[in-house]
Design a protein around this ligand. Structure first.
Ligand code: AMP
Length: 283
């Protein structure tokens, strides 16, 4: 695996490969890699000649400075995992390399899609995400960009951005990788207390019950309420939002028949750790 810290050297290398007619798949990450990240890299390797992974803990997307400070950093293990996966290129830039003075990030129109859920509860978060993904794409210029369904609102906004840019990069969304008990893998899981880790599978279990509850006669709003109540029963668990939304616009729906694409998204505080998850209810 080749490791690049400098933007220019990476660009020179990729430009050469592009001229040789090779395709580039790219998976941006913030490190503390797990099997969720590995799934993106495996897919990118299968579908492209060269797989680029980046590790960059982007300061501009952390609305909570404590979260940034405590974000797990496991450089040695990450590199071992990437070598094991036969990843071709690791881009490991500094903050200064990503944000040199004078770079300009255009603004995009997301309608209301960036105002709800994560956008509502983590003000400024998506400005940071869009800023960093735009900059990273400008550097890597991949044929295909690999992102996880785990961050549903994130990939939806990035797809909007790519559309508005008229970008040639295709977004490839990969399914959520879960522990055997259903907990979605996340870099933040290592920070859960033993008790909260034990109870955490209730999150995906609840999301998976919604279709049955609605088939049993509950309205969308009543099902959301019941799910929030179930999650609130556990000590230390505080759902921040749980919304059944249109998977295209991310706006709340009233009835399952309102749209052809329905997803439920949730954020739950488990002690000091905030977990997110989602399940597609209809597509
Ligand atoms: P992060 O390092 O958390 O910024 O995540 C980097 C990429 O990995 C994002 O596109 C995430 O959606 C994706 N990802 C994170 N967790 C999972 C998971 N459990 N399954 C699949 N993809 C994931």
């Amino acid at each position: 695996m080749l490791l690049f810290k400098e933007v220019e050297r990476l660009q020179l290398y990729l430009e050469k490969k592009r001229k040789e007619g090779l395709t580039i798949g790219y998976a941006p990450t913030m490190g503390a890699l797990h099997q969720g990240h590995a799934s993106l890299i495996k897919k990118a390797k299968l579908e492209n000649d060269i797989c680029v992974c980046s590790i960059f803990v982007n300061p501009t997307q952390f609305n909570d400075p404590k979260d940034l400070e405590k974000y797990p950093r496991t450089e040695g293990r990450d590199i071992e995992m990437l070598v094991g996966l036969e990843n071709d290129v690791l881009f490991y830039p500094t903050v200064e390399a990503i944000y040199p003075k004078g770079i300009n990030i255009p603004t995009f129109d997301f309608g209301q899609a960036d105002k709800v859920m994560e956008g509502k509860f983590r003000p400024g978060h998506f400005d940071g995400v869009v800023e960093v993904v735009h900059r990273l794409l400008d550097i890597v210029q991949p044929d295909r960009l690999y992102m996880g369904q785990k961050d549903f609102q994130q990939f939806t906004l990035i797809q909007h951005m790519l559309n508005q840019m008229g970008s040639k990069t295709a977004l490839m969304v990969c399914p959520i990788i879960r522990e055997k008990d259903g907990l979605a893998l996340s870099s933040r899981n290592v920070r859960l207390t033993a008790q909260n880790r034990k109870n955490a599978p209730i999150i995906s279990k609840t999301l998976n019950q919604l279709n049955d509850w609605m088939a049993g006669g509950l309205t969308v709003k009543a099902a959301e309420k019941k799910a929030i109540a179930q999650l609130s029963e556990l000590p230390d668990f505080k759902p921040e939002y749980l919304e059944i939304v249109d998977g295209h616009t991310l706006q709340p729906i009233e009835k399952m028949s309102d749209t052809d694409y329905v997803v439920v998204c949730v954020a739950v505080w488990t002690g000091e750790i905030r977990l997110i998850d989602n399940v597609i209810l209809k597509k």
